[in-house]
Every structure is written in C-alpha cells, then in structure tokens.
Design a protein around this ligand. Structure first.
Ligand SMILES: *[C@@H]1O[C@H](CO)[C@@H](O)[C@H](O)[C@H]1NC(C)=O
Ligand SMILES: *[C@@H]1O[C@H](CO)[C@@H](O)[C@H](O)[C@H]1NC(C)=O
Length: 303
C-alpha cells in the first residue's frame, strides 16, 4: 500500500511547533479536513481555521491546500498505527475529545528544557527536513523523534521495478523508490521506543547516560530525560486515563497480563459470547460458505 498520506504527514511534522500548546496539528486527523474540491482558489481562511498549526505549517497549508485532506489522512494512519503498537500497554495511544488529540500526555517533559529556535527563513519543503536535522543538534531530545521518524520511513523504503517491452521482455525497466507498509515503519519505531536510553542533563547542559554501564546511544537511538508516569490511575495533571476497565490477559506475564496491566489492583471476570466464521467450505465455482460458531469465553478487566 503506497503511503503517500503518511509521507505528506511526515513533511508536515517537520513544521510542527516545538513548544507545548493546547492544540496540535494532529487534530487534522480528527475533524475531517475539507475535501480537496472545497479548497477553492482564494479560500485562505481554511488554513487559519485549522487548529494547532504552527506559522510554518499554516504557510504550507496555504501553498498546498489541496494536500491538506491527505495530511489529515496521514495523521489518522499514524494514530491508528500508534494504537496498534501500544494496544497492550497501559497507555494505549487513546485519543481524547479535544484539539490536543492525545490530551496532556504529549506535554510531559516539554516544559523544562526550552529549546533554541532556529530562524525559519527557508521556505521549501526539503529545507524543512534540513531544518529538523539542524535543530537536531541544537535541541536533541525533542526533535529526535521527528528525525527518527523520517529515518524509519526512508530506511524501510524499497526499490520496486516494472518491466516493459515486447510481451514483458524487460528490455526496458522502470524503477522507483516505494515506501514500505506503514506497519514496518511502526514496528521499527516501536523497537526504538522499547530500547530508548534514559539520560540526564548535566550542569553544563550536556546529555549523559543515567546508567553508565549501558552503551552510549547513537544518533539513531531514542533517548529520554523524564520517565513516563506509570499510567495506572486516572490523573488529570498528566493526562493518564488509568487502566481501570481495561481488558487484560490472565495468563500472560507480559505488559498485557492482568498483573502488570491492573497494577496489582486485581481484576474482574466476566463471560462474553464470541461469534466467529467457521467450517468454511469452498463451493464450485467460486464462493466460500461458512457457518457461524459461537463460543463463550472468559474475559478479564482491571478493577
Ligand atoms: C485504551 O485505553 C482507554 C483508557 O484506559 C480505554 O478506555 C480504551 O478502551 C482502550 N482501548 C483499547 C483498544 O483497548
Ligand atoms: C494470553 O497470553 C497467553 C500467554 O502469553 C497467550 O498464549 C494467549 O494467546 C493470550 N490470550 C489472548 C486472548 O490474547
């Protein structure tokens, strides 16, 4: 599946505001962005009405209005992938019903380390990427995830080719760079997330490993300064929704197991009816007919 929306969203991320704000460009994913045909020439107010855009993003919006619906689609793809990757975690990438999209969670660790902002004078998209890399050096912690995201997209991209010529003789071959399935990008980023290195900021403003026995991170690794909250209980100040009512797996010892998911509070058991397609038969020609099987299964939810 070509993920053009994802790529457009990637370019858009490069212009995301670095400071914590109440609303974010992710909100493009929530309210359906007007269809391209609604971006009539001169309809600039559209861009000023979209919440959460930085000045740079607003400018991109005005230049490429017809792309905005796809950027919204890309943001939706990103959120769906995040929810898939974190489905078994206490924080499961759930969205809240306001313009911040992820609630206060995204603001954790943002306020303490003000970043130097570089002048944003260049205006084409490619310089947007350069800018992110330049800022990477100035303000490593925060911008890093953007750089890693772009790396993950490009590294998982692949060359695809198509043959032309008399009956596919391949006397002429066209090749292009094809973006990977978004799932691959997500898997790679999740791996980086799981192996992120805990850092602290020294008095001289440098980053150093909290545990010096670990290997120092490379520019391709993720680092963090503030540990995440445990997300066990509902807490308005961090945006944690808590895990009460979450489904858990009684037999798993992993993060999806009831012990860890419920933070030791215990769980309730209930029975639910699961309906599946079963005893499928292929009929000549050509359809498949299945029966419906119902099964009563035990489910567990955190107290
Ligand atoms: C994600 O977590 C929230 C809050 O704990 C919960 O309401 C929601 O059902 C969860 N979503 C999934 C898919 O488990
Ligand atoms: C629960 O966890 C066990 C052990 O990890 C696994 O084999 C099983 O498939 C899981 N059950 C569900 C419903 O995910």
């Amino acid at each position: 599946m070509p993920s053009l929306p994802a790529l457009l969203a990637l370019l858009f991320i490069c212009w995301a505001p670095l400071r914590a704000t109440a609303s974010s460009w992710w909100s493009l994913a929530m309210s359906p962005v007007q269809r391209p045909e609604m971006f009539i020439i001169g309809a600039q107010p559209v861009c000023s009405q979209l919440p959460g855009l930085s000045a740079g993003q607003r400018k991109l919006c005005q230049l490429y209005q017809e792309h905005m619906a796809y950027i919204g689609e890309g943001a939706r793809t990103g959120i769906r992938e995040c929810q898939h990757q974190f489905r078994q975690r206490r924080w499961n990438c759930s969205t809240v019903d306001d313009a911040s999209v992820f609630g206060r969670v995204l603001q954790i660790g943002r306020m303490k380390y003000p970043c130097v902002h570089l002048a944003r004078s260049r205006s084409d998209i490619r310089s947007g990427l350069d800018l992110v890399i330049a800022q990477h050096h100035v303000c490593r912690v925060r911008v890093q995830r953007l750089v890693l995201f772009s790396q993950a997209v490009y590294k998982t991209a692949d060359v695809a080719c198509k043959c032309h010529g008399v009956s596919g003789s391949c006397s002429l071959k066209t090749c292009w760079l094809q973006l990977a399935e978004f799932r691959k990008v997500g898997d790679q980023l999740k791996e980086k997330y799981d192996s992120a290195a805990a850092m602290r900021i020294t008095r001289r403003g440098k980053l150093e490993l909290v545990n010096s026995r670990f290997k120092p991170p490379t520019p391709e690794d993720l680092v963090y300064v503030d540990p995440s909250p445990d997300y066990c209980l509902r807490d308005e100040s961090t945006g944690s929704l808590g895990t009460r009512g979450r489904l858990c797996n009684k037999t798993s010892e992993g993060l999806d197991g009831c012990a860890l998911m419920c933070c030791g509070r215990g769980y309730d058991q209930f029975k639910s009816v699961r309906t599946e397609r079963c005893h499928c038969k292929f009929h000549w020609c050509c359809f498949v007919r299945c029966k419906k099987c119902t099964q009563v299964v035990d489910q567990f939810v955190c107290k």
